[in-house]
Design a protein around this ligand. Structure first.
Ligand SMILES: [Zn+2]
Length: 136
């Protein structure tokens, strides 16, 4: 049985809005949370040359987002990115680049017109673990 993780609808809608605002490029960023279940989204620029099908986070922005998360005693909840032209399935590169085996990875797909396709994964050392995201 897959692990289930609840995503607040307002958070899901924000991620979808970011993705829809950039239909040509993958968007990416971090989400933190705290003990009160407050979520913060840190959008980060995708600096990949081929940003339509891969993402590479701007390193300075990534470092400062992690610093802010630490300073505010929050913890990393998820790493998100979008797939403008493909399904919400992790690519080979997504899995190879994964540095945080404890962080949830959220992929938002714009491939399915009108339907929110947001899926979650953990990239474990022994493979991909699919998570059931419950948006409520
Ligand atoms: Zn991807």
């Amino acid at each position: 049985m897959n692990k289930t993780i609840i995503i607040p609808r307002t958070l899901a809608n924000r991620l979808l809005t970011f993705a829809q605002a950039a239909p040509q490029a993958e968007i990416c960023g971090l989400i933190s949370t705290d003990t009160n279940n407050k979520y913060r989204v840190y959008p980060i620029d995708n600096i990949a040359d081929d940003s339509g099908c891969i993402f590479e986070m701007n390193p300075q922005q990534q470092i400062s987002a992690f610093k802010q998360i630490r300073d505010e005693q929050q913890e990393l909840f998820a790493i998100y990115h979008s797939h403008p032209n493909s399904e919400a399935l992790p690519s080979k590169k997504d899995q190879q680049d994964a540095a945080y085996t404890d962080a949830l990875n959220i992929i938002i797909s714009l491939n399915t017109k009108g339907v929110l396709d947001m899926r979650g994964y953990f990239y474990r050392e022994d493979g991909v673990e699919t998570v059931d995201l419950i948006i409520e």
